[in-house]
Ligand binder design. Structure first.
Ligand SMILES: NC(=O)c1ccc[n+]([C@@H]2O[C@H](COP(=O)([O-])OP(=O)(O)OC[C@H]3O[C@@H](n4cnc5c(N)ncnc54)[C@H](OP(=O)(O)O)[C@@H]3O)[C@@H](O)[C@H]2O)c1
Length: 353
């Protein structure tokens, strides 16, 4: 199937978000036309940064109100688009029927457009690594695109904390199957790791959760990883994830249903992330922060075992490096730029000596 043409038009769902905002910027910088889909075009706090982009002044960037919970919201927006970057979250990951319904109406709008060639579906490494039973990571420690969480585990349910991972797998398959049926467009999946890097708008400091975790460090208290207990951060720079999305939209040689993990393979324990701030920015006078561990006692008792399991995992990014010629920034760069943006864009006042 076709990649999007140079200068073509791309709709981006979740444009006001951390990654979505960077995808919009990257597309504009490369000369594309962008239809930024947000929940409310009049919510200045969330969309002001998009309206401040130079492409908005000329009309190359337009903003469109689209709430995923409203069927048909993308009908008019997708008509005439060559590509769609589907980065938006959904309102809940606890209800599989709801997720299927949302996928279906987005797919319907894509089919109706008759112009969309390619869709990039933003999934997550949760759809690769989120295991209900940690021993599954011992049995299958290589973290690569062909890996899915153990879907035969009866405890893999939304109530058991797997709603996000389940929802992402559902969406990946729904889009790939629909694309195959259509024969007109293809769906490529991007599974980003833990995004670190600069925020573009103040409201994004509370999202992530990775940039928000760094914000809490700057404010003096941060938390042990709750998702994937004691998992080190499996990181990627948000700007590299945006670049990967645009390459997936515009590259030839990709096949419908192909899946790419976007991470640098650089990992760091949360304690080390916090310690990196003073090391990277000594001029800041950062006083450091206290770690709290909210995990239940039965999980705390297994801390050493869990840390060893995570250390035994092998992160791969060969596929994205080879197929899309991707290079990834260092985590030090991402942390430095994240901290500086939290202060300048986010208005965060770090605790200092
Ligand atoms: N950040 C990460 O480290 C990471 C890692 C792996 C995968 N991902 C995936 O990447 C995508 C973007 O993540 P992000 O970090 O950029 O998230 P984000 O900053 O929270 O942005 C997500 C956007 O989705 C929008 N949204 C949520 N529900 C919606 C609905 N019902 N209708 C319309 N829009 C809706 C939000 O709109 P409002 O602003 O109005 O709430 C928000 O702008 C997500 O699919 C996420 O699962 C993120």
């Amino acid at each position: 199937m076709s990649p999007i043409p140079k200068g073509g038009t791309v709709a981006v769902t979740g444009s006001a978000g951390f990654i979505g905002g960077w995808v919009v910027k990257n597309l504009l910088d490369k000369g594309y036309r962008v239809r930024a889909c947000v929940r409310d075009v009049n919510d200045q706090e969330k969309v002001g940064f998009l309206k401040a982009m130079p492409g908005y002044a000329s009309g190359r960037l337009t903003l469109h109100t689209a709430d995923l919970d409203v069927e048909g919201c993308f009908d008019d927006i997708f008509r005439g688009c060559h590509g769609v970057g589907h980065l938006s979250h959904v309102s809940t990951y606890a209800d599989e029927d709801y997720i299927i319904k949302v996928c279906s109406h987005i797919i319907k709008s894509i089919n109706q457009s008759e112009t969309v060639n390619r869709v990039v579906v933003t999934s997550s490494i949760a759809a690769v690594i989120s295991e209900q039973d940690m021993q599954e990571l011992v049995r299958r420690p290589v973290l690569f695109e062909g890996r899915y969480p153990d879907e035969t585990n009866p405890r893999r349910t939304a109530d058991g904390g797997q709603g996000y991972s389940i929802g992402k797998v559902i969406a990946e398959r729904a889009f790939a199957n629909a694309a195959q049926e259509s024969g007109r467009w293809d769906a490529i999946t991007c599974c980003p790791g833990d995004n670190v890097g600069p925020i573009l708008s103040r409201h994004q400091k509370n999202r992530g959760p990775w940039q928000h975790n760094i914000e809490t460090m700057l404010l003096g208290q941060y938390s042990q990883n709750v998702v994937g207990a004691y998992r080190p951060w499996y990181t990627v720079d948000v700007r590299d994830v945006a670049e990967a999305h645009v390459r997936m939209l515009s590259s030839d040689g990709l096949k419908n249903g192909e899946r790419f993990i976007a991470w640098s393979t650089e990992t760091r324990d949360v304690e080390e992330v916090c310690a990196s701030i003073a090391r990277l920015l000594p001029e800041l006078g950062f006083a450091g922060a206290t770690l709290v561990d909210p995990l239940p006692d039965k999980v705390k008792a297994k801390e050493a075992e869990y840390r060893a399991i995570w250390r035994g995992c092998e992160l791969r990014n060969d596929r994205i490096v080879t197929a899309l010629n991707m290079e990834f920034r260092s985590l030090d760069t991402s942390i430095r730029d994240c901290v500086e943006s939290l202060i300048t864009v986010g208005g965060v006042s770090p605790v200092v000596f």
